[in-house]
Design a protein around this ligand. Sequence first.
Ligand code: FAD
Ligand code: NAP
Length: 543
Amino acid sequence: MTPVSGQIAQRQVTSNVDVVIVGAGFAGMYMVHKCHELGLSCLAIEKGDDVGGTWYWNRYPGARCDVPSLEYSYQFSEDLQRDWKWSEKYATQPEILRYAQHVAERFDLKRDMVFRTTVTRAAWSDDEQTWHVDTDQGDVVSAHFLVMATGCLSSANKPQFPGDDTFTGEMYHTGSWPHDGVDFTGKRVAVIGTGSSGLQSIPLIAEQATHLTVFQRTATYSVPANNGPNDSEYESQVIADIAGFRARNSATRSAFGGDFPANDISVFEVEGDERRQLLEERWGSSGLLFLGAFNDVLISDKSNNEVAEFVREKIRGIVQDPKVAELLAPKQTIGCKRLCLDTNYYATFNRENVTLVDVSTSPIERLTPHGVFTDGREFEVDVIVFATGFDAMTGSFLKANIHGRNGLALTEAWSAGPLTYLGLNTRGFPNMFLVTGPGSPSVLTNMIVSIEQHVNWIGDCIDYMRASGHRVIEADEQAQSDWVNYVNMIAGYTLFPTCNSWYLGANVPGKPRVFMPLLGYSDYVAKCEQVAKADYQGFELSA
Ligand code: FAD
Ligand code: NAP
């Protein structure tokens, strides 16, 4: 295989690398490291001007992880794990970005990365068994393998409202926040959206703005983060047995919380007092593992409602105005949309400078030069913050304009929803690997763990192909179709398909409604290992 052109850092048109990687978030970064380990030439192409992906783009006030940082971090290097110290249980965006930059520096990743460059097209040539990748800078890069590390939550969903371009104030999306920050002092602010990004930013914006109006379409279940400085004694214990800690986490269904396993009892197996006590314990300390109080919360409607009612009662206990509390109390299945973690979210609605506007029955009709118009009324504001989420899981893949065998467009292949085998490859697109693609556990897990598992699997697969003289790999049609059915069947046993979540693509008008992630990390890993051991069963390999 041809080595990388030495001129690539100056971003001249290059010839050929073994692996082109699109994206330099945690997935792209680790993929570059993997290529270095395997002696493969590679190039990562990144739209932003630095590494970090999610943590480069999402700089809104309050942005932080909601999986504890001791777990939401790489595990491929023991030294890195020992050396890096997190200051809080849930680190802030700036700290996570510093971590990403540290990793890039420490493992010399940037020598094979270009920034401020967007992949605008990738096309497979059957004759050459090569991917040709075009960028917005006029580069053309050829590669034997294409690794899409473009992220599950990297393509902003900004709803279009009539009058968008008439608004004369400032507009921001949480997923592409200005690097210099935004000063809300003395301003009237609107936040549209109450998912995780809205919940994290609303309390901090409220502290600064003259007035904050929150437009809520669906109320959100959130549990308290109980964040604070990292407990150094606990951290030392974890580091002393870091391999064991990581192994316990990886053995769970969501790849985190191995030391705080889900209780193996159903909601109605215990009496009311004990049930409440179990929920209280989790409410007080477990973060996202709150739903692990019982084993049937996402399976039984009745059990789900019992747990949901516990949270609704908490909200009623925090929010002083009963009408506002009722609006904030979610009615849908708990856990069906991703659970949130917050610091002071519900209490923020007790502030005099905060107004909640319900747009569930009267949607936002339009933007005006001075604000937001809904239900026959204009709300005048100086700033609008769109906390409206992402075209999740497929958005960035489809935007990259990928064409496989015989010019087949990915947009066409996935027109009725994404089709993959193991979430790692899609038929018709040979030698293209997806990191945390649809059909893999991805967003239902601690994503850094899933990213490392995928990159390790991809690295092993490329290594196997080199050793066995295979040049082309592609999912088998039957294996892919069985896998898609399996992912749907597993979701069908649960309450996940019962609400309009982004897991289903329901947040983006016109997007096919398909449950995209696979439930169950540990079983998935076992399946991937079995496939690899059986000479990549379910894939077609050719010389
Ligand atoms: P990303 O970090 O999204 O990186 C993908 C990169 O690809 C981006 O930098 C993008 O610019 C680039 N790219 C995309 N298309 C192109 C193109 N055509 N050309 C060039 N470059 C391109 N997960 C958790 O497990 N725990 C958490 O606590 C958590 N918190 C989150 C908080 C926020 C605010 C968000 C939005 C997500 C969070 N996630 C969390 C999910 C998070 O996205 C993943 O944990 C992880 O960071 C994803 O890494 P990635 O490298 O796969 O993708
Ligand atoms: P999100 O969960 O999709 O929330 C988007 C919000 O915008 C929802 O409340 C949605 O309402 C609302 N919305 C969308 N279009 C609207 C419209 N036209 N009118 C009114 N409201 C509209 O997006 P997110 O908050 O950015 O989070 C996405 C995911 O990123 C999370 O689920 C999580 O995985 C990750 N994340 C994690 C953290 C963290 O704590 N670490 C922080 C941020 C993000 P509906 O619900 O009615 O659609």
